[in-house]
Design a protein around this ligand. Structure first.
Ligand SMILES: Nc1ncnc2c1ncn2[C@@H]1O[C@H](COP(=O)(O)OP(=O)(O)OP(=O)(O)O)[C@@H](O)[C@H]1O
Ligand SMILES: [Mg+2]
Length: 404
């Protein structure tokens, strides 16, 4: 069918033509926004799930809801080995500027300038206490830095002061602020603990600020390892593959916009192939559209397009991740895949089973395991067990192995 009109969008963070199966999360977030605006107690929200289930896309959709509700919003993506200070100040800078527009009263804009100055002093502390002016990072904030606020150098103290000031401003203006943190599991331990402490503080003071985080399935354990009260602080939402109805809608609704449709058998074949994983749905959707001669798309068209779709996934989804692993790490990944197969494709496998397949001791393998975790390819949800963060990764690795 016409490639120009192909609606499907495989790709990290790519907005799907139809955000299917997330109505519950979107509706719940509307309630959170309303409650926070009314100064009702609300917990910050954490979305967790495997790679490609649509966390980033949902995070962006929640941000849009907050913007529509007149909130100030900002977003950052955590990276391993990067401190929170700079990206968070950029996100808060954006959020406060959104809050301050349009400046309706002159007194109000003075307050905005003050809070921007606090964000600036928070950001500039990045360079160390005695850094020369020229070595200080210039966050591009158009306000004089407010010295002595949020710049002690202790990230926990500073973050509490910073979010309290931002929350105070939002509260005076009668709006809220939402900060979105993607790949949250990659925050360093000090930053995680500071962020928890700051969320704790703002929720006790009922300030209208919330943090919405997204990350891999072990994010809750990262948070609770940092602060034991984090379980009560955050509301966790598992983002998973789409059920049959939602998966059908993710394919049919965009097709209908282009006056095309799938036969019921085609939809069934698509679900069998994709397992309802959003990334797979987009990849298969794109290839089937490309190769099907006409509407309606049939089950035969799906069968014809499957190798191309698998190829698209091998390159764009699996391969790009596999490429990040060193030879030693790849060996570890393949042993994990074999161990999972031996256990009827269990979600997680014991690290001991991986070690015994490789004929090594678990201790000698822990460097490989740790770097794979750091690279976000595997995670450990419970002690002594590990799992792939990428759905169907084991199958991909085994097929790759067989063909070489
Ligand atoms: N609800 C949905 N309905 C249909 N397609 C979706 C949905 N959510 C996400 N997608 C599609 O799935 C793909 C992956 O989405 P996204 O990048 O948000 O996943 P992710 O969970 O953030 O993955 P990662 O962990 O790799 O960052 C994109 O192509 C997106 O368009
Ligand atoms: Mg993402």
């Amino acid at each position: 069918m016409d490639p120009i009109r192909n609606p499907y969008a495989p790709g990290a963070g790519q907005r799907p033509p139809e955000l299917a199966g997330r109505d519950e999360q979107l509706a719940a977030f509307e309630v959170v926004l309303e409650r926070v605006a009314k100064r009702r107690p609300e917990r910050s929200l954490i979305l967790t799930g495997l790679r490609g289930v649509g966390k980033t896309v949902l995070l962006n959709a929640l941000r849009s809801s907050a913007v529509r509700a007149g909130w100030g919003t900002g977003k950052l993506e955590a990276r391993p080995d990067q401190l929170l200070r700079r990206p968070l100040s950029s996100a808060l800078h954006t959020a406060v500027r959104e809050l301050g527009h349009p400046p309706s009263r002159s007194a109000q804009s003075d307050d905005v300038t003050h809070v921007l100055g606090v964000i600036k002093s928070f950001a500039q502390r990045d360079a160390g206490p005695n850094a020369k002016l020229r070595d200080r990072w210039n966050p591009g904030i158009d306000a004089p830095a407010v010295r002595g606020r949020a710049d002690s150098g202790d990230i926990e103290i500073d973050l509490v002061e910073l979010l309290s000031d931002v929350g105070g401003l939002a509260s005076d203006i009668g709006k809220g602020v939402a900060i979105f943190v993607d790949e949250m599991q990659d925050l360093g331990p000090d930053d995680v603990s500071a962020l928890c402490a700051a969320c704790h503080e703002i929720s006790q003071a009922s300030l209208p600020v919330i943090v919405v985080g997204a990350g891999l399935p072990h994010l809750p354990s990262v948070l609770s390892a940092s602060k034991s009260y984090s379980e009560r602080l955050f509301h966790y939402q598992r983002i998973d593959r789409l059920d049959r109805t939602a998966a059908d809608r993710a394919l049919s609704a965009p097709a209908k916009e282009e006056d095309a449709e799938f036969t019921p058998e085609a939809l069934e074949a698509m679900f069998a192939a994709t397992g309802g994983y959003p990334y797979f749905i987009q990849a298969y959707g794109k290839e089937v559209w490309e190769l099907a001669p006409r509407s309606p798309v049939t089950a035969d068209d799906v069968a014809v397009a499957a190798p191309a779709a698998q190829n698209e996934l091998a390159v764009g989804f699996f391969g790009s991740r596999y490429d990040r692993a060193t030879p030693g790490e790849r060996e570890y990944l393949r042993a994990m895949a074999d161990a999972a197969e031996q256990q009827a494709d269990a979600d997680s496998v014991p690290t001991a089973a991986v070690a015994s397949l490789l004929g090594r001791t678990p201790q000698s393998l822990s460097p490989a395991r740790d770097t794979l975790m750091k690279k976000g390819l595997i995670y450990s949800g419970e002690r002594g067990r590990i799992a792939f963060t990428v759905p169907h990764f084991g199958r991909y690795l085994r097929e790759q192995h067989d063909s070489t």
